[in-house]
Every structure is written in C-alpha cells, then in structure tokens.
Write a protein that binds this ligand. Structure first.
Ligand code: PLP
Ligand code: COI
Length: 365
C-alpha cells in the first residue's frame, strides 16, 4: 500500500461507552490529563505496506512485545492540540495543520516514518466527532488531543524501526494550573540543560521531556511551578520552560521571545501570539535574552511583564523567578496588562468570539 492517506477512518464504536450521567460527573472539574474519552485513533505503518488500517476504536490498554524498539531506544514523538466548543455551538480545532507539520518534522528528526498531514488531521477530526460529548462546556474547558507515534518493531538492534504505530487519544481538560488563572513562579535550572545545539530540542519527542523532569522536580521542590532552561553552550540565554515557550514584555511595549535556533520547540501558541501582537501594532522581536539581563531589567523596571505560553498553559503570567538562593519579581508579581490582553485576544479567536482573520479555526461542525 502507498503512503497516500486512506479516504476515511473505519469506525468501530465502543461497545460500552461511559454513561451520560457518569460522563457529566467527570466533566465537572476535569483538571488536566486525567479524564479520558471513549475512543482512540490508530494507524499502522510498516516498511512493506506503508500507512494502513486507519481506525477509530474503543480506548483500551495496548499489548506490546517487550522487545518493541520504543521501549529501548525511545523513538517516540507526540503532539498536543485542543478542540473547542465555539460561542455559536459549533466545534473547532485550532491550527491542526501546524501540528501535523510539526509532527512530520519531529518524525524526520527521530528517523521515524512521516505520517501524511491529511491523515494526522483526519485522525483528529474523526476522534473529535466520535467523542464530541466529552468537550467540557465550562469556561476554559476543551478537549485536549494527544497524537503520538511509537516505534513498534520487535528487534533489539539499534536502527530506525521498520514498524510504527500512530495513535491519538483525547482528554477533557480544564485549566492546566491548579488554582486557575494566576501568575506562576519559575525556577532557573543552572545544573541541567534540556537540549543542545544539534540535538533534538526542536522535536516534540518524549526524550526531551524525560531529560527535563529532574530539573522540573527540583523546581517543585523549591516551591516553584515550572523550570526554565538556559542554553546548553553558554548557560546564559533563556530558552524555554519545561512545557512552554517564554515571552518578555518591556516598559516601552516591545515584546521579545527567544529565536528558533533548533534547541527550543517552535510553539504554535508562540507563533500565533507573534502574529496577533504584530497585527495589533506591538513591536516584536525574536532575539536572545540573557538571564542576567532579565534580572537587571526586571529590577530596574525596563521589563514589566513576562509570560509562558503553550497549548496546555495558554498564556500564563510569570510573577517570580527563583535562581538559586536569589530571585526576582516580575512587575507587581501578578498578571500584567499586555499579558492579559494577548491572552484574551488569543482565546477569543479560539472560542469564535473574535474574527478569525488568519483562518486558524478548523471547524468540525
Ligand atoms: N515548549 C515545550 C517544551 C512544549 O512542550 C510546548 C507545548 O507543547 C510548547 C513549548 C508550546 O507549544 P505549543 O504552543 O505548540 O503548544
Ligand atoms: C502542550 O501544551 O500541549 C504540551 O505538550 C505541554 C505539556 C506541559 C502538557
């Protein structure tokens, strides 16, 4: 079979889906990544047959051979995007094509088979249609989609796998942070880095997150919400958080974010905010920013706000930076005016209450 996308996903409905009353109960306060829907999407790849057997099936545990190569050499990539209930009652995905492209780029970096983009978007459309009842109606709620791909060849030699399994699961979510909209604190990782030049930092592969978890645990131990990484070469330039990109806002209204040099994830929220800010006439720059400059600008008042952004976290103000025994506050330590305005502009496009000038909404119904 060729790598052409199959026209549609075979749908094998769940024989015993969660009852409506039980589902309603689970959707009251879903948190993040704990409530899962009834179905999942799957597509198989082999070197001989290409991509085949695209299907929506009941969500169920996987049976894997213990020699499956993902379990040994970590050929694994994933994505994260959301389906939203719109103000007019419809349902839409936000920029799924951009996730499909990034997924292909991640696959290429990890020497994995590249899933055709129409198959990626088709899997998400089919899964959201099957599980539309799981989209929370509450403010800030969404259906978080988690497409991922694993190397499934049963072989212990170190080489790119000849078989892959692509899947997508869905989780009903509320706010990513416990306690709702608030400014977060971040901890500067001086000892550990996340990604080196020439490494896999720009790919959304599980290994990057494994590499970040020790530093993230240290951040939590230090009483912070998230870790922020510095570049691996000079240990000087602010790169990104464990699971979010970072922006800086200056008193003169300029917005700055680190450039895409291959060591940070090219966030779709980051790109959307750059576009929105430019359209609103803000000055934006993709320029490196050092941790020392950040501290001195925050202390002098040259920098007034900073925020983290990503699909899960949306736009989240950073109120405090902890760095060893020292630390510094950002602005008043709360949610700044430009951060709030950018958050609201993005969310109103995603929810269909502001004009979608870029054609970012991908309606499902
Ligand atoms: N950086 C990292 C390391 C992430 O895990 C994420 C989340 O996916 C982001 C940045 C933000 O990316 P996006 O806006 O596409 O969700
Ligand atoms: C996302 O925002 O989709 C991520 O992958 C980040 C993670 C913190 C959930």
């Amino acid at each position: 079979m060729s790598t052409d996308a199959p026209a549609s996903f075979r749908h094998q409905p769940h024989p015993t889906p969660v009852a409506a009353a039980e589902r309603a109960e689970r959707l009251i306060d879903p948190g993040f990544g704990q409530v899962f829907t009834d179905h999942m999407a799957m597509v198989d790849f082999t070197d001989e047959a290409g991509w085949h057997d695209a299907r929506i099936v009941a969500r169920a545990p996987l049976t894997m051979d213990p020699a499956s190569s993902v379990l040994h050499y970590a050929q694994e990539i994933f994505e994260g995007l959301k389906a939203y209930r719109l103000a007019d009652g419809g349902t839409a995905l936000f920029r799924p094509q951009a996730n499909a492209t990034r997924f292909r780029n991640s696959a290429r970096r990890m020497a994995m088979a590249e899933l055709p983009e129409e198959l990626f978007v088709g899997s998400i459309e089919a899964l959201v249609r099957a599980d539309a009842a799981w989209i929370p109606e509450s403010e800030g709620g969404a259906l978080y989609l988690r497409p991922f791909m694993i190397a499934s060849e049963v072989f212990l030699g170190v080489k790119p796998s000849a078989r892959y399994t692509y899947m997508a699961i869905a989780s009903s979510v509320g706010a990513y942070w416990k306690g709702g909209a608030r400014a977060i604190s971040i901890w500067v990782s001086r000892e550990h880095t996340r990604a080196a030049p020439g490494g896999t930092g720009a790919a959304k592969c599980g290994g990057n997150y494994a590499a970040s978890l020790l530093a993230q645990s240290e951040a939590i131990r230090q009483g912070c919400d998230q870790v922020v990484f510095l570049d691996a070469a000079e240990r000087r330039w602010v790169e990104e958080l464990g699971g979010m990109n970072v922006f800086f806002v200056f008193a003169d209204g300029t917005l700055r974010t680190p450039p895409l040099t291959g060591t940070i994830l090219p966030g779709i929220t980051r790109d959307s905010l750059l576009t929105i800010a430019r359209a609103q006439g803000l000055r934006v720059e993709e320029v490196p920013y050092s941790i020392d400059q950040w501290r001195s600008d925050a202390e002098s008042g040259v920098l007034t706000e900073a925020f983290a952004c990503g699909t899960a976290a949306v736009v989240t103000a950073i109120g405090r930076v902890a760095d060893g025994d020292a630390g510094f506050a950002i602005g008043s330590g709360g949610i700044g005016q430009i951060t709030r305005a950018l958050h609201d502009s993005l969310v109103s496009i995603q929810r269909g209450t502001a004009p979608d000038r870029q054609g970012w909404l991908h309606r499902i119904d």
